[in-house]
Structures are given as C-alpha cells and as structure tokens.
Design a protein around this ligand. Structure first.
Ligand code: SAH
Length: 252
C-alpha cells in the first residue's frame, strides 16, 4: 500500500467510526426521549386512576374488592379516542365512535358489583361499546361473552381487548336481543343500553340463581336488578340512570 493509500484508508476508518458514533447517540437519545414521555404519561394516568377509584367508587360505597382491583388496573384512557384521554378518569360518561358512549366509572362499578361475579362465573354483556366494561368483567371472570350491534365498534373493541391480553373475553358483532344461546345459560347478564322492556330471551338464558342488570325505560330510565329463582324472577329498582337506547329487534 502506498503512503497516499494508507492515509486514505485511515480517513475512511475515522469517518466510519464517527458515523457509527452518531447513529448510536441518535438512537440512544431518541429512545430515551420516547420512553421518558411514555413513562410520564403512564405515571400520570396511573395516579388519575387511583384517585378515580378512591373518590368516585370507594367513597360511594362500592366494596367488592374484585371490582376495585379491576378498576385500579385497567388503562381506561386507552378505551377512548386521543382527544378524550385526559378526561378518561373523570366522573362522567364520554363519547366514543358512532354516537355511543362509555359509561361513567361509578355506573360501571355499581353494575359489576350488583351481578356478584367471580372467576368461575359465565357472564354475558349486551353493548360492548368501547370494551371497557368487558375488560372489567374479564379481569374478574374467566368467561365473558360480549355482543355489540355496531360492527365497527365490535371490531375495535375486540382488537383492543386482544392487544391488552384479555383472553377470557369474546366479542361478537350482532343484535344482543336474543342473547348468545350457544354458550348460555349465564350466571350473570349485564345490559349497557337502555331497553323499553326486559328482553325475554335474556331472562331465559339466565341460570336459576343468576343475576341480570339492565337500564329500563326511555328518557327516564331505572337500573333494574333481576334475580331468577325456581318460580320466576324478582325485580328491584336500584338507581335512576341515563344510557343510550338499545336498538335492533327490541324496537320492532
Ligand atoms: N359497555 C360499553 C358502553 C356501551 S354504550 C362500554 O363499556 O364502553 C351502549 C352500546 O350498546 C353501544 O355501543 C350500542 O351500539 C350497543 N347496542 C345498542 N343496542 C344493541 C343491541 N341490540 N345489541 C348489542 N349492542 C347494542
């Protein structure tokens, strides 16, 4: 190698080292920047979530430890669009796509407590919406079935629940009026859209001893708790509520 050539190779080597150094530093800084802001967001939402459970749920006398644990765990902000994420832990319902809503956290809590489920309960939800209520059920029970009448919502909720690892929740697009007879009867049924009357197929798919919660009414609705026994059903009105209406066959 001539002297000229070796100077040339030395320069090339220095240049390559410099390039590699720049790439490594760039990668380190961009990753650090990304994960730091994600980390800060996670911390912020974690704190809002714990506050939500303390001030909106425990203070209003919800005591079921499974419900409290589920709501302390689930990242509710991921169930709403970016523009509503900052409000996801506030004390009110929020809009989701297609003119529907995700219920107020307290309403999710009281409905879940009322149906008294544990890991072995088979649970049916009518009105998947964002999938948040289904996630709460899925944290507690090993077999949750949820039906959503709007195809796009059903698909989005299914994807989100899958990505968060809720293997115990199955989502189906369709009219929940007739329930899910292939997998019933259920220990518990939770209806999250307001019905003018209680759909008979859902009563039929409730086990003896099973519980169902459902908002009943049109503009004025009551949350009704139904328990089924050997001789029929017992209905109890719990609180006034406001849900989006149930659509499909119930209106025919
Ligand atoms: N549980 C939801 C909120 C539901 S809002 C959540 O946690 O986000 C009520 C949902 O019920 C809406 O998405 C609406 O499309 C759905 N719905 C209305 N009528 C229905 C029917 N007959 N069968 C299934 N879903 C229905």
């Amino acid at each position: 190698m001539t002297k000229k050539e070796s100077v040339y190779f030395a320069k090339m080597r220095d240049f390559s080292f410099l390039l590699i150094y720049i790439i490594i530093m760039f990668t380190i800084f961009s990753c650090a920047g990304q994960s730091e802001s994600d980390f800060n967001d996670d911390k912020k939402y974690e704190s809002l979530r714990q506050q939500m459970v303390e001030t909106q749920i425990i203070r209003r006398n919800i005591t079921d430890q499974n419900v409290l644990k589920a709501m302390r765990t689930i990242p509710r902000h991921l169930f709403v669009s970016k523009r509503y994420q900052a409000e996801a832990y506030d004390d009110h319902p929020l809009p989701i796509a297609d003119g529907q809503t995700i219920s107020q956290p307290y309403i999710v809590a009281i409905m879940t407590e009322l149906i008294q489920i544990d890991s072995s309960s088979k649970v049916l939800e009518i009105g998947t919406g964002s999938g948040y209520q289904a996630a709460v059920l899925g944290e507690i029970s090993n077999s949750v079935y949820s039906i959503e009448i709007i195809q796009g919502l059903a698909e989005r909720a299914e994807q989100l629940l899958d990505s968060l690892g809720y293997k115990s929740v199955q989502v189906r697009a369709g009219d929940g009026y007739k329930g899910w007879p292939e997998v019933g009867p259920f220990d518990a049924i939770i209806v999250t859209a307001a019905a003018p009357e209680i759909p008979q197929p859902l009563i039929d798919q409730l086990k003896i001893g099973g519980r169902m919660v459902i908002p009943v009414g049109e503009s004025n609705q009551d949350l009704i708790l139904i328990t089924k026994n050997e001789t029929g059903i017992v209905k109890k009105s719990v609180i006034p509520v406001r849900f989006v209406p149930m659509t499909g066959e119930i209106l025919e």
